[in-house]
Ligand binder design. Sequence first.
Ligand code: GLY
Ligand code: MN
Ligand code: MN
Length: 439
Amino acid sequence: MGIDKREYQQRREQLMTKIGNGTAIFRSAPMAVMHNDVEYVYRQDSDFYYLTGFNEPEAVAVFAPHHEEHRYILFVQPKDPKKETWTGYRCGVDAAKEIYGADEAYPIAELDEKLPQYLLNADRIYYCLGRDKNFNNVIISHWQRLMARYQKQGTVPLAIEDTRPVTFPMRLHKSPAEIAMMRKATEISAKAHNRAFEFARPGVYEYQVQAEIEHTFRLEGGIGPAYPSIVASSANACILHYIENDRAMQDNELLLIDAGCSYGYYNGDITRTFPVGGKFTAEQKTLYELVLEAQLKAIAEVQPGKPYNEFHDMAVCVLVQGLIDLGLLKGDLEEIIQEEKYKPFYMHRTGHWLGLDVHDVGVYMHNQESWQILQPGHILTVEPGIYISPYIQPAEGQPEIPDRWKGIGIRIEDDLLVTETGHDILTAAVPKSVGDMEK
Ligand code: GLY
Ligand code: MN
Ligand code: MN
């Protein structure tokens, strides 16, 4: 399984159609240093990977559809057996053409010398400023050198245009091969959650549950966690990005697990919350049922043709009405929503695009007013929650929260593919009904 060479080629063709007479430049992600001489596992830049499938640092991809000989050019690290002994295999310049389909390839050290020929006849340069400051300067100085020829020549690239409006819509719409990768990433993520559910019990440390989850990710062929796994017992669940995972969980507490597997760089993202000792307390059960109702009703709003905000608005509406019914919020539903008085309980949005990035690319809104319309091939999360921190500060004019509710944090998160007729819940293999959460 994977993305085949033809699909990468189709992506590049699509990109080149979109950029017309421009030249697009993409840089690989830098190697990140963990500490003195020790590096993190390499993670390629998602745009770069999407267009090339090439997984090495120190590389630049250039697309010059107007060039007579070379439309797709790769600059890569040359083969160097000595260095490869230390830092790993390099594909090298020849294979960049043979395996990765470049029309021409050069050693990365030749970038300054070889790049100008691909910029000279372009009407603009497509490049994402801001990701890599040093490389920004390289591109800007090339551009400025060309601009110096403007008077004599008249035809030089007159602007740097951001690549995001070009690549975001492409990546937002998942191809059948990408959907297959997402199915695999979510399938492994689901297996890991089911294993964690079986393993968790009073006395076990959060990190031990994390180990069960991440063991499954690797065992099943995943790269590892798509993001730092959140294994949060009791009030830790009220910290949205809790990743210390160092507490021993107790009976009568909930455990919130937010973890997903990265498979071939495609990511799962699942959250489940369940009672550590197998039985909900009355308050836990009440809030769990409310979050589940919000999630199920939000999921029903994920349909092709619907604006992106509707599933979020539905989740907020259900949560706020439920909190009013419980006496935890008071006042008029519309007003509480309008004035965001529910935010001490629910401070994040109900989902995000999911794909090569966990918070994947793609605009949520056009022109500041019209929401993106859901379309077949979109993949997104639906993840409402309620968090009643021990330190919760109710909004102005809202009631104080009785202690029995405090320290409960619940989120339920699934990954959905929008289909022609509705949606497909990619993470349906992880149970979430109240009955299934109890042991
Ligand atoms: N785990 C990150 C998120 O749910 O957005
Ligand atoms: Mn998420
Ligand atoms: Mn998540």
